[in-house]
Design a protein around this ligand. Structure first.
Ligand code: CDP
Length: 227
């Protein structure tokens, strides 16, 4: 169990930018009937607020002050979490070039992480979930046995992002995410690593399902049904 106090379990999917973790998490959520949580959207939403308020994303003190005042909430609807900024869906603004360039600096601010980790843990009250990000298996749900780390070579990831039509220096973001002091991108203790460089998405999903089976996800389901 992810936590002795909660009925529900979390599958943690971590990895660098454009490794395919969002797609894998979405497909796992569909097939296993889980709530899908993209934690990166939360960091992107805070970054958008930082930019809307004209705050320098590289000024951690002012970012930390701002984060105390922003109106951010997370709801669960249609099988997934949705982030609301000032009561509205931020939509495609979350993936603008400006947000891509600033998000790693904002995500390195401890006060930002503190706020968002609390929001992320709170989502477990809604049901079993799959959450993808950078620190899900290491910090958000360190006790879950269901941890997967998806990686791929930097060149392949850069090509994948370019094929989505985005200017996003994934290598630079990874370096910042791995070097930060608070909750850096790491392979979490006990995570199964899947290198997706030479795999199609179906193969990655199949491998992930195999990991979950080995770790008892499906036994857990049948035990629960017997209660
Ligand atoms: O989809 P992609 O892999 O490009 O990135 P994302 O998941 O949307 O995350 C955007 C940024 O948010 C990352 O580069 C990290 O700086 C930050 N992030 C984080 O620090 N911790 C998480 N759990 C998720 C994202």
């Amino acid at each position: 169990m992810s936590s002795p106090n909660l009925l529900y379990d979390a599958i943690a999917i971590d990895g660098p930018a454009a490794s395919g973790k969002s797609t894998v998490a979405r497909l796992l959520a569909e097939r296993l009937n889980l709530i899908m949580v993209n934690s990166g959207e939360m960091y992107r939403a805070v970054t958008l607020a930082v930019m809307q308020h004209g705050v320098n994303p590289c000024d951690p003190i002012t970012v930390a002050d701002l984060v105390k005042t922003i109106n951010l909430c997370c709801i669960v609807e249609n099988g997934g979490s949705q982030i609301l900024l000032d009561g509205e869906y931020p939509g495609s603004a979350l993936r603008s070039d400006n947000v891509n360039a600033a998000v790693s600096a904002v995500a390195a601010v401890p006060e930002v992480r503190h706020l968002l980790v609390a929001l992320q843990r709170g989502l477990l009250q809604h049901g079993d979930l799959v959450m993808e990000g950078r620190d899900i298996g290491s910090i958000v749900f360190p006790n879950t046995p269901y941890k997967i780390y998806i990686e791929a070579s930097e060149e392949i990831r850069r090509q994948r992002r370019a094929a989505e039509g985005q200017t996003d220096s994934v290598g630079e973001r990874d370096r910042q995410d791995s070097a930060r002091k608070t909750s850096p991108l790491v392979v979490p203790d006990g995570a199964e690593v899947i290198d997706s460089s030479q795999m199609g998405i179906e193969e990655v999903v199949k491998t992930a399902l195999g990991v979950l089976e080995t770790r008892g996800w499906f036994d857990r389901e049948s035990e629960r049904n017997l209660v």
